[in-house]
Write a protein of this length. Structure first.
Length: 109
């Protein structure tokens, strides 16, 4: 948008939408979506890859179409603990001591 608030492009997106009957995805609308739409904010987040892979695992691989929030949170909890275990560097143990893997205690529901 220009300083006067007019769109950068010739006709407004609303005019084009009325003319074609279909919403447009011009530059101004995409910028607005990136700033205000929750899904676009998720895609721009630092943890977007984690969340998208989690949603894919639950909704696509497992074929879930509807899930209670509590159950989804439990799945996310399990996913995060598995990720922590996967990413945790292997601790070196001094000679003569047993190598026991310490786990982060799970929270009880």
């Amino acid at each position: 948008m220009t300083e006067e608030g007019a769109p950068l492009h010739g006709s407004t997106s609303r005019t084009r939408e009325r003319e074609s009957g279909v919403g447009s995805l011009d530059y101004d609308e995409l910028v607005a979506l990136c700033r205000h739409h929750a899904a676009w904010k998720l895609l721009q987040a630092d943890n977007a890859a984690l969340m998208l892979s989690f949603f894919h695992k639950v909704f696509v691989e497992q074929g879930v179409r509807s899930i209670a929030g509590v159950e989804l949170a439990d799945h996310l909890d399990d996913e995060l603990f598995a990720l922590i275990d996967f990413l945790r560097p292997q601790r070196r143990t001094p000679v003569g001591q047993s190598a026991t893997k310490q786990k982060i205690p799970r929270r009880e529901p």
